[in-house]
Design a protein around this ligand. Structure first.
Ligand SMILES: Nc1ncnc2c1ncn2[C@@H]1O[C@H](COP(=O)(O)OP(=O)(O)OP(=O)(O)O)[C@@H](O)[C@H]1O
Ligand SMILES: O=P(O)(O)OC[C@H]1O[C@](O)(CO)[C@@H](O)[C@@H]1O
Length: 330
């Protein structure tokens, strides 16, 4: 009987559970045993398996009942420094061999897929990835699992901040996550009606911003929301706040970091469906003999993309949406 393992790695993302459920159920239906690995790659180093009750670590279709709606991951996740070393990767491979594992599904972001590439160099088993990260920084999929939920969470927070901004006639700087990508900031800004998005992909000029903000003030805008990506080139939300103040920003300023709030919570239906489709495709592909590929959805079509292409950094925020935000902020 074929045996595959599954782990979640990197930051948790809403929909990881839905993806896990899909892998377990599709594989079980195809007569393949699924062993859950806890705490990401650290679990491979430690032989830390899902607590199945019988010591096998095997996840049945019932073990993933009613998790589709929950954020986080029942397998736990993690960032593992030892796995970044050659000896760590070797140790992980040894665990897989010792447990007769034929294939591995990795749910995680670009770092997790880099790790999968390294593992594939020393382990003869097959590896398939699913894009689980709120950053949306992987090519080979329009959206990563968790991204749209994180956008929804940030938008909900900004809707509340807008009430205060409007009542006090203030400008709020709101920092969102996204690591080196501006996707989360740009989509959050578009969906919340924010006036500006400061993202790593475009230069942030505080003097120009104050000039634009002053025009909006004259046009009668009571409040301004500026969404700032954590990876913005200007140096972060507090640096930008200081610059806007120094340049004579015509509104009183407040700054809010949304932080890890964006990572948690129940996945949206769109994320649950994407996660289910990706997990199902990953399981079928692995059982079919595929390896070194990530399951994603591009323009409505589920497809497999080689790891190297998925992490190549070729995915850029849509320029037309940057322009759309400008046209909406008048
Ligand atoms: N170059 C690499 N070689 C070996 N392992 C790696 C490499 N890069 C990352 N990893 C492993 O993958 C883990 C997860 O990577 P990382 O922390 O970058 O998160 P991620 O998968 O990009 O997810 P997220 O986008 O949510 O942060 C790392 O902690 C490490 O164990
Ligand atoms: O949870 P940690 O380890 O602090 O990592 C935070 C990072 O993880 C992410 O949430 C997901 O990659 C990034 O947006 C953020 O920069």
């Amino acid at each position: 009987m074929m045996r595959i393992a599954i782990l979640c790695s990197g930051g948790d993302a809403p929909g990881m559970n839905a993806c896990l459920r899909a892998v377990v159920r599709t594989a079980s239906t195809m007569g393949v045993e699924v062993v859950g690995v806890r705490h990401g790659y650290q679990g491979l180093l430690d032989g830390d398996f899902y607590e199945s009750g019988d010591g096998t670590g095997v996840m049945s279709a019932r073990s993933v009942s009613h998790i589709i709606q929950h954020g986080g991951t029942i397998l736990r996740t993690g960032r593992c420094d030892e796995f970044r070393t050659a000896s760590g990767v070797r140790k992980a491979a040894d665990t897989l061999v010792a447990n007769n594992i034929d294939g591995l599904v990795v749910i995680g972001g670009d770092g997790s897929l880099r790790g999968a590439i390294e593992l594939g160099k020393v382990w003869s088993g097959r590896i398939v990835g699913c894009p689980g990260t709120i950053d949306n920084d992987l090519a080979g999929t329009d959206y990563t699992i968790g991204f749209l939920t994180a956008v929804a969470t940030a938008v909900e927070a900004i809707d509340k901040l807008r009430d205060t901004a409007e009542s006090h006639e203030r400008l709020f700087l709101v920092e969102v996550m996204g690591r080196g990508s501006g996707y989360l900031a740009l989509f959050t800004a578009l969906a919340s009606g924010a006036e500006f998005a400061c993202i790593p992909e475009t230069p942030t000029h505080s003097a120009q911003m104050v000039s634009d903000i002053s025009v909006l003030k004259k046009r009668g805008k009571a409040s301004i929301i500026v969404v700032v990506a954590e990876g913005d080139d200007d140096g972060g939300i507090e640096v930008l706040r200081g610059e806007l103040e120094a340049e004579g920003c015509p509104y009183p300023l407040r700054s809010v970091k949304l932080g890890h709030v964006q990572r948690g919570g129940s996945p949206t239906p769109a994320d649950r469906i994407l996660a289910s489709e990706a997990g199902d495709l990953a399981a079928r592909a692995l059982i079919d003999g595929k390896s070194g590929v990530m399951a994603g959805r591009l323009a409505g079509q589920m497809q497999l993309t080689p790891f190297a292409e998925a992490i190549a950094g070729t995915k850029t925020v849509p320029l037309e949406q940057i322009q759309l935000l400008k046209r909406m902020s008048v």
